[in-house]
Each structure stands twice: as C-alpha cells, then as structure tokens.
Ligand binder design. Structure first.
Ligand SMILES: [Zn+2]
Length: 557
C-alpha cells in the first residue's frame, strides 16, 4: 500500500538507471566463529520450514487463528533459542493496526454504450475491491477512459495524460512500462516503479479517478490471472486517518479477453490502441462507454503483529546500533480452493525465509561472544497485502533507523540445491554488495543481478520499506546456476514455480526439496550481518544512488 512521493520515484529511477560498481575493498577477514555456522544445518532448517508450512498453521493469514498459531510458534522459538524480547515493552510483539475488507457476494461489472451492454463476471472476468473503509463502494455510469500506461515520467519526457481531466472517471490502464525499442528509456528490460500495479492505483488517486481497472496480461504482469483472483477474498491495509478515502472508490483488474470485448463495444481495437500507447504522442481515449459496479464490504479491524527478537551487542559503546534481519511470516491463509485445496501454505513463500530467520537467531546465539552491535530478528506481517508490517516498522521503528546499519531481507530461500551464484535484487545499490560478494567468494560463488528484472522485484518485498527510509537494504534472491545442472535449469525451476505454485495452495513442501543450497545462503547472510555488526563504519549507498541522500540527511556522521 505504500504511497511513494514523486521524489521517491525519481530516486528509484536514478537507482535503476545509475547503479554502478564502486571500487571498495571487500570487508573480508572478520572470521565468523565456527559454532555459529555449524548451527545452520539442513535438518533443522527443514524442520522449521515444515512447522511453518504445516496445514495446522492454516496458511498463516493475518488476523486469523493461523496468525495466532504462527505468532505463538515464532515467539516460542525465539524464547527457546534464548533471544531477548525485541520490543522495548518487554514483549516479542509489535502490534500492527490493520483493517480487513472483504467483498460480499459476486458483484457484476457492467459496461454500457447506448443500449448495448457488456457484463463481466466476478472472479472469472474481473477482480475489484475498495480500500475505502466503508460498507459499500460504488461507481454508477462512470465514463471510461483508456489512459495507456497511465504514466507521468518527466525525466523520460513521458506523460500519458496530457492534461486530461479524469475526475470521477474510470481509468482503463495497461500494466508494466511501455515496451520501447530504446532501452535507455524506462528500465530497458527491467520494470521500473512506473510499471507496477501499485503505481497505477496511486495515479488513479492522484487524478481523482473514481475507478482504476488494469488490463491483465500474463507476461507483462509477470504472473497469471489466477494470482489476481486471489484478491477476491479479504484484503488488508494500514488504517490511515482519512480511512483511505483519498484513494479511488474502485480498484481492480480485468482479463485481456474482456478488455478486447470492452474496446470492441467502444468501436475500437485493443491492439491498435495498445500500440499507440507505446508512443509519446499518446493521449487519453474516451471510450464512449460507462462503467458501473457496486461492492458491498464486510469490515473488521485487526491488530496484527510483527514478531521481534533481539540479541544485545557486546560493545557497550555501540550496542544501541542494529543490524536488522527481516522475513515475512504471513501468507494468504484459507482462501478459494484450487484442486480441492483451500490452505495457502506458502511453504516457499515464505515459510523458508521465516525458518531462515529462526535459524539465524539460533546461529547468532551460538556465538561465543555476541557481535559488537545488536542484531534484530524481525518477522513481519502482511507482506502479501502490500508490505504492511515492514511499512509499519519503518515508520514506527522500535530502534532508530539512523542507528540501523543494514537490513537483510529473506523472501523465499533456495529449495533446489547448491548454486554457484547468488542473485542480489538491486545489485549495485550499496556497499552491502561488497560484504555479499566477499562472503560469496569464500564459498566459491559469485553474485549476479536479478535474472528476471522485468518483474520489478525490487519493489516487491520488505527491504524496500527500509530502503525508502535510507537504510541500506540487501534483498538476496535465489541463484540460478545450479551445481550439476545444465545452464537454464535454475531459471526453468523459478518459472515453473511462478506459473504453477506462486500464491496458490500448491505452494507446499515437495519430496524433492533440497535445502543444501539454502543452508549455504543462510551462512552467507550470517556472515554479512556479523561483519556489518563488527565493522568500523556504517555501510553506505553507492555514490550516484540517491537513497544515499536520504541516508546522509538522517545519519549524523
Ligand atoms: Zn514473499
């Protein structure tokens, strides 16, 4: 749900366009005590994944019995590992106030032109919701306007709106950035924030549109429509003072087929208007069609929870400085059944990362002496709902972010065996890359950038909330070059997971899971965090990365 400022967007684009390696000696040399490394083994790691992905955890949905069980489990594990409560109130809990909004029944989205109508069926043809904290959300014969990609990017000389008034209207918008031959525009193959669906809805809010409907295209979105259909159940948001009333009344997606039917109703061809949208000359196209839909909601407020544990640093002079590890504990709970299964176990996403967090907590506790600085283990809630738990922590931090050296985030840990590489999403952003590169080299491995930059993964996990506040944040992904496997095998596994299991009940543990690579990764994350916690100086963003300016404004040297 994050709402970036224009400044933030510019920063992000500068980051994407301007990353460059900087010469800097790798901070190797600090030896991680063997006891800590030995505490991370495949058996215990897999045991933790099993516990968290078990059906009894009910898919770890925020605000559910599954949350109660997950939070109790994590608290128990931190306690058993001998970690101190992470909150200053003496508990392992940071409360995160959320509102849960559940659409009722099966609303119909109807488009009309004169006496002709096109009716879209809930779930199969369209998915929509409101973020308004209100019993009913409704648009009634709102004029439909095609706004192309819906982007305003002055640094690329791009404006899809050309001053059009969209107040009260229904925006139909394409997902992703415009595909341009010139790879210097936008991110080339990499999706910029302008391409993300969250940006499209933020544009609707900015232009006071009554509704924003994104046209779903599997390849352009990076996931199939089934992923979007998951949004027909309860959705959460942080509660803002205006009860989210500044957002558009209706936000949603329509399938590509129905978009084509809508354009046909309007006497237009989708493909030709889409082609026009990939040019600077594009201007919004009123379709001469109106849209109507009413969504009734069931509302509830929920105090969800981040679970947080702490290992106190051993150097009295700097033990109030922190390295923060994060992993989101939540997944989708119980939802629409697929192939008869309604429990969204989220074994890979993100029982693996959460289990990794518990393994790291144990490993740090196994050190003969804690590191000089303190370590925070933060299992955040409601990541799947828009990075809400980490957003809450980043605006209501328990320990000052100016004294937080780094965030290391774990969202999905390798389950396919040992790799020769490690992916770093956003490689080139900060000196944490030097730590990662040194630790990887010691394992005989190398770093590689995101092999699927078109998915915009940099904006899709909890580290991003730390980066936005200026804290150097590392978001490692899974390597793709697997030992003993042919080139392309790893990427195939990733793509297979995305099409078959991502955000579906079938994200479950399989007999062929091999956590040996994940264990290597965890040891690497341990090494990075340990060395940052021992280091003479704070890691910095690279020169040319403009998160650097936010950091410099907050950290007094
Ligand atoms: Zn995840």
């Amino acid at each position: 749900m994050y709402r970036p400022t224009r400044r933030h967007l510019l920063l992000t684009l500068t980051l994407l366009a301007g990353c460059r390696p900087a010469p800097s000696g790798p901070p190797a040399g600090v030896v991680v005590p063997a006891e800590a490394l030995a505490a991370i083994d495949t058996g215990s790691f897999m045991g933790q994944v099993r516990a968290l992905a078990d059906d009894s955890m009910l898919g770890r949905g925020p605000g559910s019995l599954g949350e109660d069980r997950t939070v109790a489990y994590l608290t128990g594990q931190f306690q058993a590992a001998g970690l101190a409560p992470g909150n200053t109130d003496g508990t392992y809990i940071q409360k995160v106030p959320l509102v849960g909004i559940t659409p009722q029944g099966k609303p119909v989205l109807s488009f009309a032109k004169g006496s002709r109508r096109l009716e879209l069926a809930w779930h199969d043809d369209f998915v929509a919701w409101t973020k308004h904290v209100a019993d009913r959300a409704r648009i009634d014969r709102s004029d439909v306007v095609f706004v192309g990609y819906g982007i305003e990017a002055p640094e690329f000389g791009w404006d899809d709106y050309k001053g059009a008034d969209l107040s009260g209207k229904t925006m139909v918008v394409l997902v992703n950035d415009p595909p341009l031959a010139d790879s210097t525009q936008f991110g080339g193959r990499a999706m910029t924030y302008y391409g993300r669906w969250t940006y499209k809805y933020e544009q609707g809010m900015k232009h006071k549109a009554a509704a924003v409907l994104i046209v779903h295209e599997t390849e352009r979105a990076g996931y199939p429509f089934a992923v979007v259909q998951g949004k027909t159940t309860e959705q959460f948001d942080l509660v803002t003072p205006d009860k989210n009333m500044s957002r558009s009344e209706i936000e949603g997606w329509i399938t590509l087929d129905q978009a084509k039917a809508l354009f046909a109703l309007a006497g237009q061809r989708f493909d030709s208007l889409k082609a026009r949208a990939a040019t600077r000359e594009f201007t919004p196209v009123p379709l001469g069609v109106t849209a109507s839909v009413t969504i009734d909601n069931k509302l509830r407020t929920v105090d969800s929870r981040n679970v947080v544990a702490r290992l106190e640093g051993s150097d009295p002079a700097i033990k109030d400085e922190y390295v923060v590890y994060t992993a989101h504990w939540d997944h989708f709970g119980i939802g629409l059944p697929i192939n008869g299964d309604s429990i969204y176990n989220g074994a890979y996403d993100n029982a693996t990362g959460t289990a990794g967090l518990l393994m790291l907590a144990r490993a740090y506790k196994a050190l003969p002496t804690p590191p000089r600085r303190s370590i925070l283990f933060l299992a955040v809630t409601a990541e799947e709902q828009g990075l809400l738990g980490s957003q809450y922590y980043s605006v209501m931090p328990i320990y000052p972010l100016a004294r937080t050296l780094a965030n290391i985030n774990m969202d999905e840990i390798n389950k396919w065996g040992v790799t020769k590489d490690l992916t770093v999403i956003g490689l080139g952003a900060s000196e944490l890359d030097d730590y990662a590169s040194a630790a990887a080299a010691e394992q005989g491995r190398t770093l590689r950038p995101d092999p699927e930059p078109e998915k915009g993964s940099y904006y899709r996990s909890d580290h991003f909330n730390f980066a936005k506040q200026g804290v150097p944040a590392l978001n490692p992904g899974v390597g793709v070059d697997f030992v003993g496997k042919p080139a392309g095998w790893g990427l195939e596994r990733l793509q297979e997971y995305t099409s078959n299991d991502y955000h579906k009940p079938s994200d479950e543990i399989r007999p062929d899971w091999d956590m040996s690579g994940g264990v290597e990764d965890l040891k690497l994350f341990l090494t990075i965090g340990y060395r940052v916690a021992q280091a003479e100086k704070f890691p910095e963003w690279r020169v040319g990365n403009e998160f650097r300016a936010i950091r410099e404004a907050t950290v007094k040297k």
